[in-house]
Design a protein around this ligand. Sequence first.
Ligand code: HEC
Length: 91
Amino acid sequence: MKSLLLATVTAAGLLLAGTAAASEELAKEQKCTTCHHPTEKKKGPSIAQIKVDTKGKSVDAVVAAVKADDAHKRVKASDDDLKKIVAWMMN
Ligand code: HEC
């Protein structure tokens, strides 16, 4: 019983890690990472800074802010992809 529980927890952990890696790939593909470094300020705030700045906001609100921002006028990601990337950046 204990080992079954452990296996379930491990599988859930792997699944989460897989999702995070996929979102990071997506962020690279959509060129978000050219302006957003994990910890250093580039053209845009670091992802660590974004986490702090968007604390308490909803993913939808942040996606709307990203779309409204002139800095992102060359961003072509779909709403779906934006949601995934923004949710990853905020976590
Ligand atoms: C050309 C550079 C550039 C690219 C590419 C870029 N960003 Fe940004 N981003 C910025 C800048 C500059 C800001 C800060 C804008 C401001 O504060 O008005 C910003 C801010 C943000 C914020 C913070 C919004 C907030 O309310 O605090 C998020 C989230 C974000 N970007 C997500 C993304 C995502 C997702 C992508 C890829 C789809 C992306 N960015 C691509 C330059 C960029």
